[in-house]
Design a protein around this ligand. Sequence first.
Ligand code: AMP
Length: 215
Amino acid sequence: MRIVMLGAPGSGKGTQAKQLEAAYGLPQVSTGDLLRKAVADQTELGLKAKAAMDAGDLVSDDIVLGMIKDRIAMDDAGNGFILDGYPRNRQQAEDLAVVFGGIGVELDVAVLMDVSTDVLMKRLTGRRTCSLTGKLLNIYFSPQEELDACTNDGGELQQRKDDNEKTIANRLQVYERETEPLIAYYRDAGLLKTVSAEGPVDDVYSRLVTTLGID
Ligand code: AMP
């Protein structure tokens, strides 16, 4: 199954994609994660992408297209994958259609993770990653025992560099301007499904698998 996860920053695309990956063996292909790794490794691509990422702007379409092409050509993506954070504008959606056409595969579904702006702000400003386990947590929503478990084991609750209020505001504007039009794009293609993505992670997940018809 080839899935595009659509939704604003903080709508839970990454969290839900990770759960789908664990349950169904479909790799989560996150352009944000790939870019953060490139920045951390100080690759040439990472150095090019860093300024745009720090500001909450989109990295160039060519850079992310190259990354996506390489990633979905890997063996583990042969039976499908979950695109998380790609495509993010009309050009990328068209590029993706060309890549799929070139390898003779089709997109099955674009799932919109639907969340109000209030909830998005709390999810983004409260988001942390445990430095030991890589687990995604939130200081507003995660159970205190889970937050404590990370720090008690000697880990740190790390905040993403672009999860500060100024960058968040820009990322949400970029989403509205560049990415939201893809909702109509995929609706017109007959591929759009919408999931209410508010509330506990597990509730969202069960609505997601029901919507995808894989429960
Ligand atoms: P994310 O982890 O998906 O929120 O992405 C973090 C940042 O990486 C974004 O704010 C962009 O700067 C960059 N990024 C991720 N995916 C894309 C994409 N498909 N196109 C352009 N920039 C991207």
